[in-house]
Design a binder for this molecule. Structure first.
Ligand SMILES: [Zn+2]
Length: 193
C-alpha cells in the first residue's frame, strides 16, 4: 500500500519516476512475474493504474472492466494473482464520473439510453445496481456516492465469494481495500461508504 501511495503522490505532483520500464526490467520479468499488488479498476481510458500509481512492468496485476465489478472471471483473475503470483494487496479502484455507474443510475431511473438496446450493457448495469440502491437518497452527489459504494461492494464481494482469499485476509496475509480516483487532481483516496 505504501508503494502505491508513494507512486500516486509522484503522479499527482507531476514528478512521475516511470520506474521498471527499461530493457533490463523487460528481460527480468520475461522470466516470471511477482506483482506486489492487484488492481481491479474501470476500463475508462483515463484510469490506467500503471500511470496513476507510477509503476512499471511486472509491478501491478491489473484487471479492468467497465464499472470495476466482480463476476466469476474477474474473481478468478484476482484469485490467481494472489494464490499463484503472491500479490498481497487487492485494491478495487472506482473513479470520479464513471460512465458505467452513471448509465446504471440513469437506467434505474427509467432514463436508459436507447442505443444500449440489444447490448450486454444491461448485464453489466445489473452488477452495479445494488450500489445505486444502497446510496442515500439525499446524497449531495449521487454519482460520486455510488462510485465509492460500488468499489466497497466489490471489495466486500471478493472477501465473501472467495474462501481462499478470505482465509488469507483473516490470516493477515492479504489486504482488500476500496478506493476512489479523482479525475481532476489525480489523487487516489479510500472509498467512503
Ligand atoms: Zn468508469
Amino acid at each position: 500500500m505504501a508503494r502505491l501511495v508513494a507512486g500516486n503522490e509522484r503522479y499527482v505532483s507531476g514528478f512521475s519516476a516511470h520506474p521498471n520500464n527499461d530493457l533490463a526490467r523487460r528481460s527480468k520479468v520475461a522470466a516470471g512475474q511477482t506483482p506486489f499488488a492487484t488492481i481491479l479498476t474501470c476500463a475508462d481510458s483515463r484510469v490506467p493504474p500503471e500511470l496513476l500509481f507510477d509503476q512499471g512492468l511486472g509491478d501491478l496485476f491489473v484487471c479492468r472492466v467497465a464499472g470495476n465489478v466482480v463476476d466469476d472471471a474477474l474473481l478468478a483473475s484476482l484469485e490467481y494473482s494472489v494464490i499463484h503470483l503472491g500479490s498481497t494487496l487487492i485494491m478495487v479502484l472506482g473513479h470520479e464520473r464513471c460512465g458505467a455507474v452513471k448509465a446504471t443510475i440513469d437506467a434505474l431511473a427509467g432514463k436508459g439510453d436507447p442505443d444500449d438496446a440489444g447490448t450486454k450493457i444491461g448485464a453489466l448495469a445489473a452488477l452495479i445496481a445494488p450500489a445505486v440502491r444502497a446510496a442515500p437518497a439525499d446524497a449531495p452527489d449521487k454519482l460520486d456516492a455510488v462510485v465509492s459504494i460500488n468499489a466497497s461492494h466489490a471489495a466486500a464481494e471478493i472477501f465473501v465469494n472467495s474462501p481462499p482469499l478470505r482465509a488469507r485476509v483473516l490470516a493477515g496475509k492479504l489486504k482488500i481495500v476500496a478506493a476512489r480516483y479523482d479525475l481532476d487532481d489525480g489523487k487516489v483516496t479510500p472509498a467512503k461508504s
